[in-house]
Design a protein around this ligand. Sequence first.
Ligand SMILES: [Zn+2]
Length: 264
Amino acid sequence: MPKPTRVLTPDQFEKEMNSFKFTRQLKRFQVHHTASPTRADWKRVVKRHSGDAKKAALEVTTGIWIFHTRPKSQGGRGWSDGGMQTVTMPDGLIGLCRSWNRIPAGITGWNTGSFMTECVGDFRRGKEYPMPDAQYQSLVRQIAAFQERAKLDHDAIMFHKEGQATACPGDLEKGPLIQAVAEWKERDLESIDASDAEIDVPSIPGIFSDILGDKPQKTHTIKRGDTLWAIARKHDVSLDRLIALNSVADPGNVAIGTVLKIPT
Ligand SMILES: [Zn+2]
């Protein structure tokens, strides 16, 4: 693959992953950190580009690609391409590097079937641990999108140090990462359920409501970012009625997944 040219947001990555035609078998997502460049290095690059995060991401990705493809005699690795499919920035942007249909150069003996990212930073305790939220979220979403595309379980994740004697990816914890990936996938399904419910429930044939002597109850399942005010406005009901019908104790803090009855 030629020099990197593309940087994606997690949303764009998901779309690309959903439509990508893989020609190889897929088994796991490999997680690495860069150690070098560090997060501090990345910050300097962002500053040099006057805060242009996309330019910085491309420069950091290209820098790693150059190191991997430069001949050994010149201090590089002498590979034909960058080692990893993606480079995950501290702000969550994703630099595209190695072709997705090539086996990565990540963990000796575990590269066939792998898709690989390197997260920029040194995630050992006392260095740059923990990973910033935006970077972690980007990692979670890349893994989830890859696993959904490849029809893999959420534990199809491998850390470099599981296959080789290395500190990579630092003190990042695998259990919570698997959990976060599982939650992200479930949350996606929840929001689909909620929108289905809003379409389907009112169209249930009247016979059922005749038997029950009641109108079908319209509901809304709370998703991240929802506010009661926006839900009330969407359904053209008053905020007070919505709160009263659902006996909401703290309108500013309704848990994700809560099923609200919509006043009719
Ligand atoms: Zn590694």
